[in-house]
Design a protein around this ligand. Structure first.
Ligand code: ADP
Ligand code: MG
Length: 568
């Protein structure tokens, strides 16, 4: 009966298959992601074709993906009623290495001549489309009928040098792929892809946001009465299909956002703020970003993962995509779904990709804007946010030149002035607005704590003159404040450094007093010659007799301590 004819694979395809068959790659689950994404594409294509050609004789009323498991036969079958393939298409698309991701994978393989261990790494990064089935199956059967055609094709291969093709005349429209699974490893139950729980888990991990329903038999075995035929378990949809970012904002509830946030962040609390982005144009992507309410414990550990989840057309591609979020916004959680990247995109590609860079810039701007919005309109939320993440955001003052002003604008600091509404901190903008007539600098003092700074003798003259001083208590403040010349045209001036001229009249007074005390100053300078550079009259003290100051260019005491703490 066999009309099946045998064909040889392309050399490159054969090499790739060899790799898959011998793969010791640990994340074999990826094969399912690849097959589901192909099925989803096939359904998209059919819908589009039907839309463009209403005479096309196909039923599009129940487009879906179905996964059936057979533990006895050890098979996993994935079917879709999508566009299907003609015989020629099967030869072209399945028999040859068609897609760019796989081709790129092969190119890198050749280039680097890597050993097995690195092959593994490459597979993880690229994925390899349809062929990844051979990581878990020793025989794959594909039956497909193209929409609008009557003849179907059966393709089969054991992943070696050849495949067979056979025409069929009674196949449902669409594609059905049966994996004859390799023998289960008795040592490792995790690799049993006939376990419905395992398969469901993979589906929800990678394909939860696929638009089309993915159906499997219910885990609930129906109860049957004595003497009755055993009932067939019902089919149920296992993916949530809730790609919230693709729905109009007006149709998504706060609860739905919170639910998604909790799932991707593993946080028990609701998000503090939800940020939506929908970019159309040469680059097309959507993003759903969240500001958490609380910082995680590892926010300052150097190897902590950060970044958002990256999807390509609703298919999960990677977690912790750092390339999309700068380090100083590492607390941001969320999802970015691109329509332009390849599903097989690698980290290396991401690092060099100009699209990714443009996306990161856009996302960064949007997050800073959202924080600004909180500061302007939701003081309480903003204060909460700044308590948790202000220290991290300020790292951006050192890392992100382009957004420096935007970051200064959303930063806030403790201050000596009593603020309205019991506010804990002031923005720089508000400080500048309160500046006294003739004041042209933003005064600050750094220190370990508010109390320590307030009790500092440097403070006395400023208190007496009612000049506002910002109290900078984060170690990071020491660092950025040294490198940033000004805000809104006003210089930052440490009140612990150099000579500060508080006003003109004082200047004259000081000259007189200098003469008056010249003898004393010379004498003290000689006595303290080992300890200080210079002894001079101070105009910053009111009650303390003396204080030690550093030169304008010198490190402040806190910075000295910071360096000491870092072992320098
Ligand atoms: P990619 O999806 O990156 O193109 P794959 O190896 O996953 O690479 O698939 C190769 C091609 O085979 C697809 O581009 C598609 O044209 C075709 N194909 C695979 N699976 C299906 C399917 N279920 N229905 C229709 N066509 C399919
Ligand atoms: Mg694919």
């Amino acid at each position: 009966t066999t009309q099946a004819e045998s064909y040889e694979f392309q050399v490159e395809t054969r090499q790739l298959l060899q790799l898959m068959i011998n793969s010791i790659y640990s994340d074999k689950d990826l094969f399912l992601r690849e097959l589901i994404s192909n099925a989803s594409d096939a359904l998209d294509k059919l819908r589009l074709e039907r839309f463009n050609d209403d005479k096309l004789d196909v039923d599009t009323s129940d487009l879906h993906i179905r996964i059936a498991l057979d533990a006895q036969e050890r098979t996993l079958t994935l079917s879709d009623n999508g566009i299907g393939m003609s015989r020629d298409e099967v030869v072209d698309l399945i028999g040859k290495i068609a897609n760019s991701g796989t081709a790129e994978f092969m190119r890198q393989m050749k280039e680097t001549q890597r050993e097995d261990a690195d092959t593994e790494e490459l597979i993880g990064r690229f994925g390899v489309g349809f062929y990844s089935s051979f990581m878990v199956a020793d025989r794959v059967t594909l039956v497909t009928r193209r929409a609008g055609q009557t003849e179907a094709t059966r393709w089969e291969s054991q992943g070696e040098a050849t495949y067979t093709l056979e025409p069929l005349d009674d196949a449902p429209q669409g594609t059905s792929i049966t994996l004859h699974l390799k023998p289960a490893d008795p040592e490792d139950r995790l690799f049993d892809y006939t376990d419905p729980r395992k398969v469901r888990e993979i589906v929800t991990r990678y394909s939860d946001f696929i638009t089309w329903p993915i159906r499997m038999e219910s885990l609930q075995v129906p109860v049957t009465e004595e003497g009755e035929e055993p009932a067939v378990p019902e089919l149920e949809t296992v993916n949530s299909r809730k790609a919230l970012w693709t729905r109009p904002a007006s149709e998504v509830t706060e609860e739905e956002y919170a639910e998604l946030y909790k799932r991707i962040s593993h946080d028990w609390n609701d998000p503090l703020e939800t940020i939506r982005l929908n970019i159309e144009g040469t680059l097309q992507y959507q993003a759903l970003l969240f500001l958490p309410e609380r910082a995680t414990a590892n926010l300052f550990s150097p190897d902590a993962k950060h970044g958002v989840q990256l999807y390509v057309n609703r298919v999960f591609v990677m977690d912790d995509c750092e390339e999309l979020v700068p380090a100083y916004l590492r607390f941001v959680k969320g999802v970015v779904d691109s329509q332009d990247l390849a599903l097989n995109v690698s980290r290396e590609i991401l690092q060099q990709d100009r699209q990714i860079e443009s996306m990161r810039k856009r996302l960064t701007k949007r997050v800073l804007q959202a924080i600004k919005g909180l500061a302007a309109n939701e003081a309480e939320k903003y204060a909460k946010f700044w308590d948790e993440f202000g220290r991290v955001v300020k790292e951006g003052l050192l890392q992100d030149f382009a957004n420096r002003d935007a970051i200064l604008e959303i930063s806030s600091f403790e201050t000596t002035t009593e603020l309205a509404d019991d506010a804990k901190r002031t923005s720089l903008r508000a400080y500048v607005e309160r500046m006294k007539e003739g004041q042209d600098k933003i005064f600050f003092l750094t220190g370990d704590s508010r109390a320590a700074i307030e009790n500092s003798p440097y403070m006395e003259a400023f208190r007496a003159k009612e000049l506002e001083v910002l109290l900078l208590t984060d170690p990071i403040d020491e660092v950025w404040v040294d490198g940033i010349p000004e805000f809104d045209g006003k210089q930052f001036q440490s009140i612990a450094k150099g000579d500060i001229e508080l006003d003109e009249t004082q200047e004259n007074e000081r000259e007189e007093r200098k003469e008056q005390f010249a003898g004393l100053l010379t004498w003290m300078g000689e006595v303290l010659t080992e300890d200080v550079k210079e002894v001079r009259l101070s105009n910053r003290l009111t009650t303390s007799p003396a204080c030690v100051v550093s030169d304008a260019g010198d490190a402040t005491p806190t910075l000295v301590n910071l360096y000491k703490a870092m072992g320098q």
